[in-house]
Design a protein around this ligand. Sequence first.
Ligand code: NOJ
Length: 557
Amino acid sequence: MEKRWWQSAVIYELYCKSFYDTNGDGIGDLPGVIEKLPVLAELGIDAIWFTPIYVSPQTDNGYDVADYEAIDPRYGTMEDFKRLLEAAHGHGIRILMDLVLNHSSDEHRWFQESRKSKDSPYRDYYIWRAPKADGSEPNNMGNYFFEGKGSAWEFDETTGEYYLHYYSKKMPDLNWEYAPLREEIYRMVRNWLDMGVDGFRLDVIGQIKKPAGFPDETRRIMPNGYAVDRSARNHIPGVHELIHGLYENAFRYYDIMTVGELSGSTPEIAIDYVNHDRGELDMNIHFEIAGRKEVPTTPRQYKAIEKRWSSLLSKNGWIVQYLTNHDGPRQVSCFGNDTVYRKKSAKLLAVLNLSMPGTPFLFQGEEIGMTNVYYDSIDDYNDPYTLGRYRMEVSEGKDPEKVLKDVAWVSRDNARTPYQWSGKENAGFTTGTPWLKVNRRYPEINYEADRSSEDSVFRFYSRLIAFRKAHPAFVDGDLNFYMEDDEQTVLFSRKCARETILVLANCSDEPAPITLPEEVKAHVFTEAVTNREGKEPRTELPETLEPWEATIFTLSF
Ligand code: NOJ
């Protein structure tokens, strides 16, 4: 495939609600993003992915869209958005929007009309089904937020039918079988593209096609009796035609990038979405590394996963690299050591994320090594998934303290706390009351303190991104792991016709002895980037890596 701009781009995921508040209402806003653009430009990113900033009642922090064509007044106006687009482009930063097309908010005009009567012209924009003979739900599907009794169907008195909602009952699923809905969506997407946006991340796009006839799900049946079987809801035959429709009617006419969030995807499944010749999406997000896991992916598993997924690149496909996003724990808390080795391990994770094949996505706050939040009370949490799971488990009789501890680890609020700009009140994020409590570690962990410290994580990221840009092997190079079965280290090279880069990382609190093959040892080693502080540069291959050391060498003969 001919090279496209997004193959060498570094993407920054921006959670506007928590980024920077300029009007004191406790909510981040677009003028705040404009004000901080120079910081992002210094970091060296190429594009910002905005999680949804459309009009929304915020049941799910914007993933419940009430108007796809207007900016939520909490964030600003359409004029602010246009100013932002222009200012970002002025810095060479592209803008990607989040397209939430599996569901809308129940406050969307379409749903308000749809629920009025069975004859409404908007009835078929959503998925309505009659109750079973006994009045119960059409099938046993549960909602992902464990909301209410747990069902994915909500009964609506007005017309005596149930509507489908995979997430909250305030987020009804859209009916992609209905051509007029598809046409509305194509038009809306083209409007954003005509305005100048540079691409999209497509929310849970692998589940817009629904299971024919809605059979009962047979796996992952919850104690509440409802099933939450993602594998029965994703990648259903016919989904590719729907995505191809988006491509044919909108994407193909613009020089943009499109990223599909494809839960439950394996490389074999994903290639059918991202093979360039098929005219669907450019790359996909998978969940084999990040995600809400009780036990984090180990270095050995990581290597095996990366190896499998990088095979897509030789099949005319492309992938996303990321270690966390707004739906999971902070990466330094999950994969690193967020106490003694916080900065060093944050840098190591930066090295891994920015050196693997594919397009790296950084999540806001990782560049200053922000950590998980762990609130003392469930009342401080906001995330509907966290709250739903807590209520469900407590109602099953589990110990509330233990449940709080369990949900705290996987809570999506870990990633969503306000950005820590300074050591001032509310971490300098707002002069008002923040919509979500700031992390209590802000006096120690904040942008100002980090940026001016000797061992700044921010400046490390910035150097690393600049280094990545100067070295085509990160984009074009093949991937070779060494000591693949080792549980402590991640050692690999990226090699293209012009150069070879060697990356050595010790993902543990202990020193790690390493052995590399003779053909690697035969090179001359130039240390290019390292997180070892205040030491002479290595000129030879080390026999042992320091705890959490990450060092990048360029190799020559
Ligand atoms: C995936 C989004 O990343 C998540 O935040 C949201 O809750 C669900 N999709 C539903 O839109």
